[in-house]
Design a protein around this ligand. Structure first.
Ligand code: HEM
Length: 327
């Protein structure tokens, strides 16, 4: 009897092992079902970037926002009739490129109907956005499935620009990401732009006093003056600034130089200097002498982030249109 029970248990464990192996993402996931998927996505992106180069930053950020809420399941792409989806929430109102993702998915659907998830299309777009702006290349593990739920309140899992180090590490840890991932992935801010209102509290109202002396003392004073010249008031919601001034279209290591000079745009960027480990990482990479090392770190952290709470196997669905669930 005992040996029969042991055998049953062994069989069950073997079945579970097969199940979890199937649940893993894999770089060659579409090699038979849609071998052209990465070429299609690349072609669409190259063409879009030729007229709209700053789309690259938007797509990298969109993948991050997808992964941090309900895992990388394409939920950030869903529309809601009553404006209660993730994309309607404040942190996502500055996301750009939803229409483009829909167009890329349509091109993929044409070649391989009902095969490639929107979550995977977005993960490939994020990788190509980094690579096409002169950043690292990595193989993207694939096989994510799409969720059909998108709830605006759940975007409280996204780190706000006001976050300190403790809050940042807590929110990253919730996605299985550690302090190294935090400092490495924050360097995504080497490309792209920010609206003034994402950081004007640092310039005009850091402790709620709303007066010209109420400033974030951790921001470099010269840079503060420059930013005040650009962002006219606390509520300036139209002006945008480059996050890595001078090279905001190139994925390089300047982010670390900027942060080391206390010129990171957000309080969360500056917070990387408040912890020994992340400060040491920033200082090591300021100046850009170890580019290969940082590029390898960034690729590894992106793969890790891309694994966050993914749906696989028979979970979720392969959405036909990224903005609407199939049923
Ligand atoms: C560590 C916590 C993070 C915070 C608090 C944060 C916050 C922000 C904010 C407030 C903006 C500007 C939005 C606007 O006003 O338009 C922004 C932009 C951006 N973020 Fe982050 N972010 C974080 C991490 C990341 C990560 C992990 C990535 C990717 C790996 C990333 C990539 C980007 C990019 C590329 C942009 C520019 C988007 C554009 O040009 O439209 N961020 N981020």
């Amino acid at each position: 009897m005992a040996s029969r029970a042991a055998m049953m248990q062994a069989l069950l464990l073997a079945a579970l092992a097969v199940g979890s192996a199937r649940a893993q993402l894999h770089e060659k996931f579409y090699s038979e079902s849609c071998p052209s998927v990465e070429a299609i996505v690349r072609k669409e992106l190259v063409s879009a970037l030729s007229t709209t180069p700053n789309l690259a930053a938007a797509l990298l950020r969109m993948h991050f926002h997808d992964c941090f809420v309900r895992g990388c399941d394409g939920s950030v792409l869903l529309d809601s009739a009553n404006k209660t989806a993730e994309k309607d929430a404040v942190p996502n109102q500055t996301l750009r490129g939803f229409g483009f993702v829909d167009r890329v998915k349509a091109a993929v659907e044409k070649a391989c109907p009902d095969t490639v998830s929107c979550a995977d299309v977005l993960a490939i777009l994020a990788r190509d956005s980094v690579w096409l702006t002169k950043g690292p290349f990595w193989e993207v593990p694939l096989g994510r499935r799409d969720g059909s739920v998108s709830i605006s309140n759940e975007t409280d899992q996204l780190p706000p620009p006001t976050a300190n180090f403790t809050v940042l590490t807590q929110l990253f840890a919730a996605k299985n990401l550690d302090a190294k991932d935090l400092v490495v992935l924050s360097a995504g801010h080497t490309i792209g732009i920010s609206h003034c209102f994402s950081f004007t509290d640092r310039l005009f109202n850091f402790t709620g006093k709303v007066n010209p002396t109420d400033i974030d003392p951790t921001l470099d004073t010269e840079y503060m003056a420059k930013l005040r010249g650009k962002c006219r008031s606390l509520n300036d919601n139209t002006t945008v600034v480059e996050m890595d001034p001078g090279s905001f279209k190139t994925f390089d290591l300047d982010y670390f130089t900027v942060v080391a000079k206390r010129r990171g745009l957000f309080h969360s960027d500056g917070a990387l200097l408040t912890n020994d480990f992340t400060r040491a990482y920033v200082q090591r990479h300021a100046g850009g002498a170890f580019k290969e090392e940082f590029f390898a770190d960034f690729a590894a952290s992106m793969v890790k982030m891309g694994n966050a709470d993914v749906l696989t196997g028979s979970q979720g669905e392969i959405r036909k249109k990224c903005s609407v669930p199939n049923h």
